[in-house]
Design a protein around this ligand. Structure first.
Ligand code: HEC
Length: 125
C-alpha cells in the first residue's frame, strides 16, 4: 500500500467518525427535546400532581407498586395489555377484590383530571 492510498484511507476514516459523532449528538438532542416537550404538556403536569396525591400511596411514585396495597403499573407488559378506556373505567369504578381497597374516584376526579392521570401513567418506565 502506498503512502497516498494510506492517507486517503485515513481521511475517509476521520470523515466517517465525524459523521457518526454528529449523528449521535443529533439523536441525544432529539431525546432531550422530547422530554422537555413532554414535561411542558399541561396534561402531564396536572397528571403528575393528581397521581401523587391520589394514587402514589398505593401504586408507588412511578407505578412500581406497593405489594399489599396496589399492583405494579409500570411494566411494558402492563402498558401494552390495557387500553386508556379500560384504565378510565377502573379509576371511575374502583377495584375491590378480596381485601384490596381501591375506591371509586367517580365524583372526586373530573373527566379531564382522569385523562391527565392516564397521560402521566403512560410515561412510567
Ligand atoms: C388504597 C390503595 C389504592 C389507591 C389509592 C389507588 N389504587 Fe389503583 N389499585 C389498587 C389495588 C389493590 C388494585 C388491584 C385490585 C385487583 O386486584 O384487581 C388497583 C388496580 C388499579 C389498576 C388496574 C391494574 C391492573 O392491571 O388491573 C389501575 C389502572 C389503577 N389501580 C390505577 C389507579 C389510579 C390511577 C389511582 C389514582 C387515581 C389509583 N389506582 C389509586 C389500589 C389502589
Amino acid at each position: 500500500m502506498n503512502v497516498r492510498r494510506t492517507n486517503s484511507l485515513l481521511i475517509l476514516l476521520v470523515i466517517l467518525s465525524l459523521v457518526l459523532l454528529l449523528a449521535a449528538c443529533k439523536q441525544e438532542e432529539g431525546e432531550r427535546l422530547d422530554d422537555s416537550v413532554m414535561l411542558q404538556d399541561p396534561h402531564y403536569i396536572m397528571g403528575s400532581g393528581l397521581y401523587k396525591r391520589h394514587c402514589a400511596g398505593c401504586h408507588g411514585d412511578r407505578g412500581e407498586g406497593h405489594t399489599a396495597l396496589g399492583p405494579q403499573i409500570n411494566t411494558q407488559e402492563w402498558r401494552e395489555g390495557i387500553t386508556d378506556e379500560e384504565i378510565r373505567e377502573i379509576i371511575l369504578a374502583g377495584r375491590r377484590v378480596a381485601g384490596t381497597s381501591m375506591d371509586s374516584f367517580e365524583g372526586a376526579l373530573s373527566e379531564d383530571e382522569i385523562e391527565a392521570i392516564i397521560v402521566y401513567i403512560r410515561t412510567f418506565r
